[in-house]
Design a protein around this ligand. Structure first.
Ligand code: GTP
Ligand code: MG
Length: 309
């Protein structure tokens, strides 16, 4: 495929076109996208894949800009995929993000690309994983995926990266309770951002709170989740975070498991999609709506599909 060659040669326009292609939900683009990905796949796998999440306004974009420019100044090439769930509604937020990463976006060694989000909750689109692979094939040494901490997006991003970083605010100790607890199970590095000026004292306290709980939630004997103070605005701590990301490194076993889960996710959604279009299934839906036992109807249908094979 010609496009694949252009992407591998570092052609910017080709890269943008390739990502647009894998993002396309049109059925007739899918074949081409699959061919492209297969042509690129042998050239993937070499980048450090980093996910960055956190509540709106915690400083993700500012942090990525600081980290990205630092890496570029060291000769690395950095790609950023920014998933912006609010862009669907407001339309303005995308622009805002671009503006906030202006320095990085203008950096010749960097590439900043907003990602479409799927669904009303702002979930991460399945194509983000493929966009990440395209960036890798294009030769970026680090690929960063930014996602806002809403809906299922953290889990989706954690499942496509080597290191998942959570940014928390200086007053973030209360996030430790309740709903946010679930994310902590996915996190590899915690960053208390905005540790500057008047917020420094509070940030230190928050770091200590997270430190205690990261020891309590120890899920992997080989990796104690570090808690790092940083100020994306002033640039302090950014290098410390990068060192932790490097220390965490990549785990081939994790990547293999991620690829397998991507297979299952796609299989499940494709199978369900084709089942929904099946006339027997549609008839069964009507029967259940009319009062038949859904579990029995489902089992009978499944047995019938089994026989057809
Ligand atoms: N004091 C201080 N302010 C910061 C720091 N990092 C970011 N900010 C400010 O926090 C605000 C939000 O920063 P963003 O980087 O846009 O945050 P975000 O997490 O990307 O926000 P969304 O993409 O909207 O979810 C901006 O006004 C930043 O200037 C920091 O380290 N210290
Ligand atoms: Mg942002």
């Amino acid at each position: 495929v010609k496009l694949a060659e252009q992407v591998k040669n570092g052609d910017r326009r080709a890269l943008a076109r390739a990502i647009t292609l894998v993002e396309s939900t049109r059925a007739d683009d899918r074949d081409e996208a699959d061919q492209l990905l297969e042509a690129l796949l042998p050239s993937t796998g070499k980048a450090t894949r980093v996910g960055i999440s956190g509540t709106p306004g915690v400083g993700k974009s500012t942090f990525i800009e600081a980290l990205g420019t630092m890496l570029c100044s060291r000769g690395e090439r950095v790609a950023v995929l920014a998933v912006d769930p609010s862009s669907q509604k407001s339309g303005g937020s995308l622009l805002g993000d671009k503006t906030r990463m202006e320095k990085l976006a203008n950096e010749p060694k960097a590439y900043v690309r907003p990602q479409p989000s799927s669904g009303a909750l702002g979930g991460v689109a399945p194509s983000t994983r493929e966009a990440l692979l395209v960036c890798e094939a294009a030769g970026f040494s680090t690929v960063i995926v930014e996602t806002v901490g809403v809906g299922q997006s953290e889990a989706a991003v954690a499942d496509m990266v080597d290191t998942f970083v959570l940014l928390v605010s200086p007053a973030g100790g209360d996030e430790l309770q309740g709903a946010k607890r679930g994310i902590l199970e996915l996190v590899d590095v915690i960053v208390v951002n905005k540790a500057d000026g008047d917020l420094l004292v509070e940030a230190k306290k928050t770091r200590d709170d997270y430190d205690v709980s990261s020891k309590l939630f120890l899920r992997d004997a080989a990796w104690q989740v570090p808690v790092v103070l940083a100020s994306a605005k002033e640039g302090s701590g950014v290098d410390d975070v990068w060192k932790k990301i490097q220390l965490h490194g990549r785990d081939e076993g994790r990547r293999v498991a991620q690829a397998e889960r991507a297979l299952w996710r796609t299989l499940e959604s494709e199978v369900v999609r084709s089942l929904r279009a099946n006339p027997d299934v549609q008839k069964a839906v009507d029967e259940v709506r009319a009062g038949k036992n859904p579990l029995r109807v489902a089992r009978e249908l499944a047995a019938r599909f089994e026989l057809q094979r």
